[in-house]
Design a protein around this ligand. Sequence first.
Ligand SMILES: [Zn+2]
Length: 112
Amino acid sequence: MAADLEVPTWVEVEADPAHVRREREKARQLRSSAWWRRRVQRGVCAYCGGAFGARELTMDHVVPVARGGRSAKGNVVASCKPCNARKKLLTPAEQLLLARQAAGRASEHEGE
Ligand SMILES: [Zn+2]
């Protein structure tokens, strides 16, 4: 399980209120679709691969809406609540990058 990652200062949050409002509304519609229900019924978290009940899975935007992401089928996944909370406003690419940087710092200190 990855440690909590701090949102770094270089992350730009594009909080265009019109975009956020539009995409949140689209997310609501997508959540009531048969496509989403099938997805949730599979019972698998897209991030950790764990098995969960349909009620334990939430809709997560791979690229967060606040970062310009859209409520489209290619950008929403079923996520367990812990994974969703850990992700915060980071994209998966940024999470990988930060995890690597953190691991790099840890190994630098080993030789001291
Ligand atoms: Zn998960």
